[in-house]
Design a protein around this ligand. Structure first.
Ligand code: HPA
Length: 280
């Protein structure tokens, strides 16, 4: 598997030759958060199916298109939907768009996702700034950077100790304070899915220091950091991960999408505030 450098370039050129926008910031919308894309003004829309080499999204709540336009006057690329490894895509396919954005001139990537809460203090509807992650599949060899290294993107052994840019995290908290939005912080655990965690797994992940758990983001972050991009990760806590086998409740995709809808306005305000600060 894997793409040539030219494949990424072809996709980037395809988009750049069909829009006059040259955004420095991109936002990836997670499950249930797609409505944020409707706020983009004067959009140029690229369905993933139309972009050379792009994998297509298949999950409900992930429509699958790149939208270039402005949010509150700030040029932005919005990824409305992403593909996940559990859909049968390689990690190179999952992260293809990140390198395309890099070649388009994007320097800052804001990754959003839906996540289950591991931290006992979290409630559905909470927003969490990702401080750090645990890439579970990565620990046993499922890393998007496996294979020959493409030096034109970055080094063979990229550091991940500062994967989520400090200045962006600080900015998120500053904007949240100004807008009176409650913001949590924590460690995001990335798993393969698509099955949700067992209660024993939930207790294990919590014991390991995880605050939220989901099925995306970590691969995109690794590829973005490898390419020298700045990353801000924001999880919407859509459900509390079930940690007892005799609990009544159980995780399901509908509740994830519902909770995503409920937090969308807050997340939208937060992201717009951050964008304005990044491009005053
Ligand atoms: N577990 C994993 N991924 C998720 C969850 C969860 O509870 N909620 C939303 N995405």
């Amino acid at each position: 598997m894997g793409y040539t450098f030219e494949a990424y370039q072809e996709a980037a050129d395809y988009i750049l030759s069909r829009t006059s926008y040259r955004p420095r910031v991109a936002v990836t919308l997670g499950s249930g958060l797609a409505p944020l894309a409707e706020d983009v003004q004067s959009p140029d829309v690229f369905p993933y199916a139309e972009i050379p080499h792009f994998p297509r999204a298949t999950v409900e709540g992930h429509p699958g298109r790149m939208i270039l336009g402005t949010l509150d006057g700030v040029p932005v690329a919005v990824m409305q939907g992403r593909v996940h490894a559990y859909e049968g895509y390689s990690l190179q396919e999952v992260t293809f768009y990140v390198r395309v954005l890099k070649l388009m001139g994007v320097q800052t990537l804001i990754l959003t996702n839906a996540a289950g809460g591991l931290n006992r203090a979290f409630r559905p509807g909470d927003l969490m700034v990702i401080e750090d992650h645990i890439n579970f599949p990565g620990l046993v060899g499922h890393n998007p950077l496996w294979g020959p290294n493409e030096e034109r993107f970055g080094p063979r052994f990229p550091a991940m100790s500062r994967a989520y840019t400090r200045a962006l995290r600080d900015l998120a908290f500053q904007v949240a304070r100004e807008l009176n939005i409650d913001l949590r912080r924590g460690v995001y655990v990335g798993l393969g899915g698509p099955s949700f965690e067992t209660p024993a797994e939930v207790r294990m992940l919590r014991a390991l220091g995880g605050d939220a758990v989901g099925m995306s983001t970590v691969h995109e972050t690794i590829v973005a950091v490898h390419a020298g991009m700045h990353v801000l990760g924001i999880s919407t806590i859509t459900n509390i991960a079930v940690d007892r086998v005799d609990a009544e409740e159980e995780a399901n995709h509908e509740e994830v999408l519902e909770a995503g809808k409920a937090v969308a306005p807050r997340l939208s305000a937060l992201i717009k505030g951050i964008l304005r600060r990044l491009n005053p």
